[in-house]
Design a protein around this ligand. Sequence first.
Ligand code: FES
Length: 81
Amino acid sequence: MIVCVCHRVSDREIARHVRAGMDFDDIQFELGVATQCGQCESCARDVVAQCSAAAPVAAIQLASSITEGRAWTSQQALGPV
Ligand code: FES
């Protein structure tokens, strides 16, 4: 989905930049999002917030599955390699 029509920036492109460690200001500088008419700013900020919130949860879930031994159990369920 195109978020910024003026600069033709998609939600996927914003998400890719968030995963690279950029915040909204970095992305705005890099891609020009919300620098022309400004109509896309709230939507772009929402995309950044959703992507920023998703990464730490995934990391926590992965870490807890390792410490609780579930990762090992799931490997055992696959049988011998
Ligand atoms: S739609 Fe993004 S600046 Fe106009």
